[in-house]
Design a protein around this ligand. Structure first.
Ligand code: SF4
Ligand code: ZN
Length: 752
């Protein structure tokens, strides 16, 4: 077995960690536990495998739903693809060879290397055990609130939060807390710190998720409390998430086990929280996690593995009471957690963003389909703004009838020396996040299509309309302090004031749209870079132009400009175009130089307007991917939410696997959805007329923008000629359809 070495020195090289020579009995117990645990995983995996073979064909497909990474832990570390049942044999044999005999009590050996191998073997076996559940062997992976494997859509969407720092890391919780109250308190503490909480396994006869369920806590990816499995094997999904991030965002190749382990140690801030008793199965799981640089913090008295001088943190720390355990874990793993102090009487943080408020839990509903509403941010002179002033015009929350719907307006007036009118919509758009992050507050929409709800429990806790103003004041200062000096907020809760605000806002929205809509790449001499994703995709650079937003869709040119003003040394830097190398392809000397330098000399040139030649790189956050369809002489575009097959012969997840990681892939390109309607979309390759296929849902979503863009390009009836899955997902079928409807792509110059 040379994929994962048993040589301790090599492990130290990878994890950068040394082991203190401790009194022998101590580490030996962990070693013995992990070895015995891994052996137990092996026996279970073998018997389930035999059971599967007895009832189904050896060629039966085994897979986790909708992923391009096979069984991701096995695939990432060994490069081996498990596609069919019989492919598991290889894994079982490799794992068996890696499990050391439990060490004798007297003999001293450098146990950690062997322990790490036992842990890695246990992870592979856990992955086999979990994958077999998907073909009906063992308890179902998905049942009740248990979610089982996360598909690539979830991994990519959530991975972005790890990339941009809105999620500092994840906690893998094994076992149950001493009681429901403690479980709820632990979960709330981790949510407030914006951590993802991955849950599997049980202890004390309880699961952590079961306790949260009993405590009435909403779980799911939206709330960052993710119940994988009641069995300890389910923690392989946590590792599966981490290794896929390394492959999807970091461009680490499957089989490059050192790269995978190093990536996780350096960039994925995770730890294991072991609640309750730790048995051999859990020792093995903890040993598996240590391979990735994820330490275990245990509530109970288990043997510790502590660091020596050169290592960054402890491997196993025990005897930490529940009240201290999260803080200890954060300290041990070195997580950076920024908590903005927001003066509200409810919990606050991104983990509460995804919370729903059902009708029965509702205290008051604001705006929406039944009442007027708008939010507006405007810039004023400094003398006109009194920082921190919050005014409520109309009834406060305790003066409205519970269960009613009221009109609602929020006017935010700001001033600041570096503030510009162009930044108003950027600040305003953030209200969605800022307000949603309050527990018991729901915010949907923007501008004059807002729809908000406040839950009874928030009102019971003392939440009032004035807190909306306090949230905005606190967050504007913390997030935009670089451009703002003063913020005052007026909340309107009655007519006619709300309708007056709506009318005023609508005319300002129109002005803004005209100003921004007319910006072109030619009209400016400066673009903006975004290297935010380099924390996950080290060589990736987004070049953001007025007509091409960042590929995640979250940053346009104005955002880049504002972000630079706010933080001049941050990830968004002004890029001077310099002399034009190629107008049509969108290549400029100044941009090339910047991209070359900040891709660590990896990318020499980029064409902003071409998919065929030196296209822009992709990290992993793209909203959509465009790929060529050679037979159709055109392209197809598929977005992240489309799980089905496409005429390129690949699903989104497979396509994403080949374009991500900061490399240039001619013929393929990741981009924002909005970019499809830009004049610069495939500008050098024939433009929007190349667009031959897209998923129906995306097509509908983009209808207005695409129709306008096609018309501007001289193809007024193009929209109806774009095929969808209703036409078919084979390229030949699509091609026949294009011929039938007279799609303009067939008339364009050959793509090659
Ligand atoms: Fe990442 Fe590009 Fe979005 Fe920046 S603009 S966050 S680099 S995808
Ligand atoms: Zn990215």
């Amino acid at each position: 077995m040379n994929q994962v070495t048993t040589d301790i020195e090599a492990h130290l090289a990878v994890t950068g960690t040394a082991v203190r020579r401790q009194p022998e009995g101590i580490r030996r117990t962990v070693a013995g536990g992990a070895a015995r645990g891994a052996q137990a995983y092996l026996e279970l995996a073998e018997s389930r495998y035999a059971e599967a073979l007895a009832s189904m064909d050896a060629a039966t497909i085994v897979e986790f739903p909708n992923t391009a990474y096979y069984l991701p832990v096995i695939h990432s570390i060994t490069g081996h693809k498990v596609e069919k049942l019989e492919d598991m044999r290889w894994v079982l044999d490799k794992a068996a060879a890696m499990i050391p005999a439990a060490p004798a009590e007297k003999l001293w050996l450098p146990y950690l290397g062997a322990t790490l191998d036992a842990g890695m073997a246990a992870l592979w076996l856990a992955e086999i055990i979990e994958a077999l559940k998907y073909v009906g062997i063992g308890v179902p992976a998905v049942q009740g609130f248990w979610l089982g494997a996360a598909d690539d859509v979830i991994m990519r969407a959530r991975g972005v939060e790890f990339v941009d720092g809105s999620a500092p890391g994840f906690a893998a919780v094994t076992g149950g807390a001493p009681d429901v109250e403690t479980a709820v308190a632990l979960a709330r503490e981790m949510q407030q710190k914006s951590l993802y909480v991955f849950i599997a396994g049980q202890s004390r006869g309880h699961t952590f998720a079961g306790q949260l369920h009993e405590g009435g806590i909403e779980m799911g990816w939206e709330t960052r409390l993710v119940p994988f499995s009641p069995e300890i094997f389910g923690h392989v999904y946590s590792i599966g998430f981490a290794v896929r991030a390394a492959m999807a965002f970091g461009g680490v190749k499957p089989g490059d086990y050192k790269g995978i382990l190093r990536y996780n140690k350096d960039r994925v801030f995770a730890f294991v929280l072991a609640l309750g008793e730790v048995d051999d199965l859990k020792y093995a799981a903890a040993a598996g996690a240590i391979n990735f640089g994820f330490p275990t913090i245990a509530e109970t008295d288990i043997p510790q593995i502590l660091p020596t001088g050169i290592c960054t943190y402890e491997h196993v720390v025990s005897n930490v009471p529940c009240v201290d355990i999260v803080a200890k874990a954060i300290e041990v793993r070195g997580l950076k957690i920024v908590v903005t102090e927001v003066p509200v009487p409810v919990a606050y943080g991104p983990a509460f963003e995804g919370e729903r408020i059902r009708k029965e839990d509702l205290y008051v509903e604001m705006a929406g389909p039944k009442a007027a509403g708008a939010e507006l941010t405007v810039m004023l002179d400094s003398a006109e703004v009194e920082d921190g002033r919050v005014t409520v015009v109309g009834p406060e929350i305790d003066e409205v009838e519970p269960g009613s719907t009221i009109p609602f307006g929020v006017l935010i007036e700001v001033s600041g020396r570096k503030m510009q009118k162009d930044f108003e919509p950027i600040l305003e758009r953030q209200l969605h996040h800022f307000l949603n992050e309050a527990e018991g507050y729901l915010h949907v929409g923007q501008r004059d299509i807002i729809w908000e709800r406040i839950a009874k429990k928030a009102v019971d806790a003392g939440f009032r309309f004035e807190h909306v103003g306090k949230i905005v004041h606190a967050r504007y200062h913390s997030d935009f302090g670089g451009i703002l000096d003063k913020v005052q907020v007026t909340i309107y809760t009655r007519e006619p004031e709300v309708s007056d605000l709506v009318a005023r806002a609508q005319s300002l929205y129109r002005e803004r749209d005209e100003r921004i809509g007319s910006l072109t790449d030619e009209a400016v001499d400066t673009f903006y870079s975004c290297t935010l994703c380099q924390s996950f995709a080290p060589n990736h650079v987004c070049v953001i132009t007025p007509e091409r937003s960042g590929l995640c869709g979250a940053y346009n040119w104005l955002d880049g400009k504002a972000a630079y003003e706010i933080n001049p040394t941050g990830p968004n830097q002004p890029l001077f175009k310099g002399y034009t190398v190629d107008d049509a392809k969108g290549q400029w000397a100044g941009i090339n130089t910047f991209v070359y330098n900040s891709s660590h000399n990896y990318i020499e040139r980029v064409n902003a307007y071409s998919i065929m030649e030196d296209p822009m790189t992709s990290c992993g956050c793209f909203e959509a991917i465009t790929a060529i369809l050679p037979m159709c002489n055109g392209v197809m575009t598929v977005d992240r939410d489309h799980p089905g097959m496409t005429p390129s012969g690949m699903k989104f997840s497979t396509l994403a696997g080949s374009v991500g990681g900061g490399v240039q892939t001619p013929g393929f390109m990741g981009h924002s959805k909005r970019f499809m309607s830009s004049k610069k979309f495939l500008y050098a390759d024939g433009g929007i007329a190349r667009l031959a296929w897209m998923p129906k849902k995306l097509k509908e979503e983009m209808r207005e923008l695409l129709v306008a863009a096609a018309e501007a390009a001289g193809y007024p009836d193009l929209f109806d000629k774009i095929a969808t899955e209703d036409v078919g997902v084979e390229e030949e079928v699509v091609m026949n359809y294009l011929a039938e409807v007279g799609h303009p792509a067939l008339e364009l110059d050959p793509l090659f």
